[in-house]
Design a protein around this ligand. Structure first.
Ligand code: HEM
Length: 420
């Protein structure tokens, strides 16, 4: 039988169960076959009311005001660890307990654990921390574009966008150059598990990857204990009270959270530029406008489409009673098109003054720690890409990722030549 336990990251178990309910907006969004275009569903959710109850008893909202309010409300928490598991219900494999990636990290923990763990890595993501990484980001972008070189066609995702974020994170964590290829492989395996593990074969492969990854991290920790550097792992091992599980989970979170999300931001931003010739012209004229293009991409086509919160106690929300621990699905991508906040919300407009109100990086205490880094990477990637290939064109069918949570292209063939 199918093992469908995973769909982790921001997703509640109840959401997965709604797959059975056809005709329900929740089923349309989270059903076995992901919709190619989820945006009409977000519109229909919002037009049915601020808060919509699915037939499963799950709540959904595409209202910007409500999403933001729930995310900032201490009466709501993230779906707690243990509620859904990509490993199995026990977490034991061959008698050994594997750390559940992401699941045990501060992304899915509530205060006070959340506060304590997030604080340990926060210094790398402050404006000052980011300035120190700017050179690394530029170097990595240039290096991968050099590898593409003068090839007439390439895969914008596979050959470029997918390589940048994992490399930047590897450098931040202090992963030695020789190990970075393996690190990227594990990153990919963990990310693939985010949308669900379909069968036992995939489950075994995930176990195997996790086991290797943990062994690798144990080595890295030993190495950094002996010879500390100015990287994140060195800083974490200096905290004697940090458990091995917390260290592994934090490191895995940084790898997973900063990986596919950023890949898809780069891809979605490039798609937007290709679709809007006037935006391309401006970008070529003024590379600094890459930042505005990235920001508007985050609003209009965000890599992370939704997140989930549950009230610790029964509560009222938008006039409805929400029983305790009932998942409320916050459709961030829908909130980003709420006409109450954004005028002409479906239009791609890098000049909109209020763009930063988008919820692509969530809101409240779990606001994306890597937001600044992601913005920096995507802007550098866009400047590099169009600076080097001003005539970049799509060259064939763009295949979307078969994913509900993460939106973006899996395969994005492009040609670098002049227009015919
Ligand atoms: C949390 C999106 C890139 C690290 C989040 C959340 C979202 C998000 C929506 C909050 C989820 C929730 O509230 O339930 C994105 C997007 C990215 C991106 C769209 C790229 C375009 C990154 C990068 C890093 C990162 C590059 C680090 C290297 C984190 C961490 C958290 C987080 C550590 C957990 C924060 C917490 O729980 O306090 N991200 N992210 N993200 N992100 Fe990102």
């Amino acid at each position: 039988s199918t093992v469908r336990t995973a769909a982790l990251l921001f997703l509640g178990r109840a959401v997965v169960r709604t797959q059975a309910l056809l005709g329900d907006p929740a089923a349309r969004l989270f059903g076995t076959t992901p919709t190619r275009d989820p945006y009409p569903t977000y519109e229909s959710v919002r037009s049915s009311g601020a808060l919509v109850k699915s037939r499963m008893g799950l709540y959904l909202t595409a209202s910007h005001e409500l999403c933001d309010a729930v995310l900032r409300d201490p009466a709501y928490g993230v779906v707690p660890a243990g509620d859904l598991s990509p490993i199995d219900s026990s977490g034991y494999v061959d008698g050994r307990r594997l750390v559940n990636p992401v699941e045990e990290s501060f992304l899915v923990r509530n205060p006070p654990d959340h506060t304590r763990l997030r604080r340990l890595v926060a210094p790398w993501f402050t404006p000052r921390g980011l300035r120190a990484q700017a050179a690394t980001v530029e170097r990595v972008v240039a290096e991968y574009l050099d590898e593409v070189g003068d090839r007439p066609t390439f895969d914008l995702v596979g050959d470029f966008a997918a390589r940048v974020p994992v490399r930047v994170i590897a450098e931040l964590l202090g992963v030695p150059g020789a190990d970075q290829a393996a690190f990227a492989r594990w990153g990919k395996a963990l990310v693939n598990a985010l949308d669900g593990v379909r069968d036992l074969r995939e489950l075994r492969a995930l176990h195997e990857g996790l086991r290797e990854f943990e062994a690798f991290l144990d080595d890295l920790v030993a190495h950094r204990r002996a010879r500390p550097g100015d990287d994140i792992v060195s800083a974490l091992v200096a905290h004697d009270d940090l458990t091995r599980e917390d260290l592994v989970a934090t490191t895995e979170l940084l790898l997973v959270a900063g990986f596919e999300t950023t890949v898809n931001l780069i891809g979605n931003a490039a798609l937007a530029v290709l679709a809007h010739p006037e935006v391309r012209a401006r970008l070529l004229d003024d590379p600094a406008c890459a930042e505005a293009v990235v920001e508007e991409t985050l609003r209009l086509d965000p890599p992370v489409q939704y997140t989930v919160r549950m009230p610790f106690e029964a509560t009222h929300l938008a006039g409805a009673r929400v029983p305790r621990r009932t998942p409320v699905v916050l459709l961030l991508a829908g909130a980003n098109r709420d006409p109450a906040v954004f005028t002409d919300p479906h239009r791609f407009d890098p000049d909109r003054p209020d763009v930063r109100a988008h919820l692509a990086f969530s809101s409240g205490i779990h606001y994306c720690l890597g937001a600044g880094l992601a913005r920096m990477e995507a802007a550098a990637a866009l400047r590099g890409l169009f600076g080097r290939y001003p005539n970049l064109r799509a060259a064939g069918r763009i295949r979307r990722r078969p994913s509900r949570l993460i939106r973006g292209a899996a395969h994005f063939p492009v040609t670098t030549g002049a227009p015919q």
